[in-house]
Design a protein around this ligand. Structure first.
Ligand code: F6P
Length: 523
């Protein structure tokens, strides 16, 4: 019976990430309100149904008292979440410090924060020690909940030490590690004081995954150049032990968006927004308020566009949703002030008594309102300076239905998408033994998706304000009708219009199952 039960029950998967998919807000001594967390990692992993999943992560709040810890653990258990409690000082050094002040900017090629680089270097060792300590605490919680046969899937730059900690506890645990940010060129990685320790700790995993082939290649060459290990087509070899390295591009749960835009509450929002912004073209930006998202650069481009196109002043509105993030980190505080200053200046210069050109919100929107906004948008601006992956373009397309909106997309992102074709080849070849039909089919879909997206957006260098301003003018002036779109799709040049019915049909079918199933099947 037991054997039969096991055959029918799903494979258990312990997802370990710094952030849980829900964030807790304290409402009383033993009372908690849980809200869905924001971020690419959470959206990508939502809706895993193929596995019996438990999620281990930092509680996201400081809970010093036992009563609070016990009650929060119980509330989270209902969501299959297991909290790791980290005290405030540790969070400051581990999360604000090492993760977000050192690893994050370096992995996104931004270098160390300019003004306090001396302080950053001086506190490096204490932050790194805190990082290792926090990773060990995650490992201890995993140990408590691990059952034989579980797959443990560690996520992101916060937990590069976790594979090592887990394998030291139990060498039989199957461990995967996946990075949601870029992995930079080895030339950048080798500037890290802890460069070797980080690589060695990650290599303890059985499988290491990245969004793109490029990031995987950077990782392998860092191991070759810094650790002197051998890189093979399958991964990295150290004294006969192979750590497999592969690319697993991420997507969205597109059905969730396609279903949402049919809902009455979304249709109500659409009506409301159309009335509110009626007569004006709607441009949209949805970003976490992070320097990698290029919000100031985007605003400056919009300002230049307004300067050069007075006819458009009362005919267009830019809705910028900027979700606050890492608000305790000084660089993020500075960025918030900078963005507010630019928005204020532009609205002051180009606003009238009744309208302003930019509606800027420092908060996230509820899912239904967001889908409605995507649906009514004429021009979406996704202009990150660097991003592991960016799912906003996918979400925008998913919600456009028959509307023919235009996507202005950062070149950085499109080159990432183009690499999916190579990623497909790489992953398929490297797991030629025992890969399932379904995964291969999904990978094929994704290769098609890259072509569709590349062929359907206006590509810009986000640093080139003049070019982005010109692209905004071009996007707003395009007269869309089916003949134009068909003609553009037939040309060999990159057509500028993202046309949902034609170009994006295939690319929408790439979804988060590619990452989830692909990674775990390979592991
Ligand atoms: O890899 C990027 C990531 O970890 C994603 O989860 C998300 O885009 C973002 O960073 C969330 O950051 P935080 O958990 O620090 O708010």
């Amino acid at each position: 019976h037991e054997r039969q039960d096991r055959r029918h029950s799903k494979q258990r998967l312990l997802v370990v990430a710094n952030r849980l998919p829900v964030s807790a807000v304290r409402k009383g001594e033993a009372c908690w309100q849980l809200e869905v967390s924001v971020g690419g990692l959470v959206s990508a992993l939502l809706g895993i149904t193929e596995f019996e999943t438990r999620w281990v992560g930092w509680a996201g709040v400081n809970v010093p008292d036992e009563v609070g810890r016990k009650s929060l653990t119980e509330s989270l258990a209902a969501k299959r979440c297991i909290p790791v409690f980290l005290d405030e000082d540790l969070v400051h050094l581990y999360y604000n410090g090492y993760c977000n002040n050192i690893l994050w900017p370096l992995f996104h090629y931004l270098g160390l924060p300019n003004e306090d680089w001396l302080a950053t270097i001086c506190s490096f060792q204490s932050q790194f020690d805190a990082y290792k300590k926090a990773n060990q605490m995650f490992a201890d919680v995993v140990k408590e909940h691990y059952q034989e046969g579980d797959i443990v899937w560690c996520h992101d730059y916060h937990l590069m030490f976790l594979p090592k900690c887990l394998k030291e506890q139990n060498s039989n645990i199957k461990v995967g590690w996946f990075l949601h940010t870029p992995f930079p060129s080895s030339e950048i990685h080798r500037t890290m004081p802890s460069r070797s320790e980080l690589l060695t700790a990650v290599l303890a995993a059985d499988l290491v995954g990245f969004h793109t082939y490029d990031y995987a290649r950077h990782f392998v060459s860092a191991c070759t150049r810094i650790l002197g290990l051998e890189g093979t087509p399958d991964g990295v070899e150290d004294q006969g032990r192979l750590t497999r390295v592969a690319a697993f591009p991420i997507g969205i749960d597109s059905d969730r968006f396609l279903r949402a835009i049919q809902l009455p509450q979304v249709k109500n929002y659409i009506k409301e927004f159309e009335e509110r912004f009626g007569g004006r073209k709607v441009m949209l930006g949805v970003d976490r308020l992070d320097m990698i998202k290029g919000i100031p650069q985007k605003l400056l481009a919009f300002e230049k566009f307004l300067e050069e196109n007075p006819d458009w002043h009362d005919k267009v509105v830019l809705l910028q949703i900027a979700v606050p993030t890492r608000t305790d980190v000084p660089e993020y505080q500075k960025l918030t002030c900078q963005v507010h200053e630019i928005v204020g200046r532009i609205n002051g210069r180009f606003g009238t008594l009744t309208t302003v050109p930019i509606h800027h919100l420092d908060r996230s929107l509820d899912f239904h309102a967001l889908c409605a906004l995507y649906a009514i948008t004429d021009v979406a601006l996704v202009t990150s300076l660097r991003d592991g992956m960016n799912l906003v373009s996918y979400e925008f397309v998913a919600c456009q239905a028959s509307k023919k909106g235009v996507l202005i997309l950062s070149e950085v992102l499109i080159s990432i998408q183009a690499f999916f074709i190579l990623a497909f080849a790489y992953v398929t070849i490297s797991k030629s033994q025992g890969s399932s039909q379904e995964i291969d089919a999904l990978l094929f879909e994704f290769a098609g998706a890259a072509q569709s997206l590349g062929a359907g957006a206006i590509l810009v260098n986000p640093w080139n304000v003049t070019e982005v301003a010109a692209s905004i003018a071009y996007a707003l002036n395009i007269e869309l009708n089916d003949t134009v779109v068909e003609a553009q799709l037939r040309t060999t040049q990159i057509p500028p219009v993202l046309q949902t019915e034609h170009a994006c049909d295939r690319y929408l079918r790439s979804n988060n199952r590619l990452l989830i199933l692909g990674f775990n099947a390979t592991l």
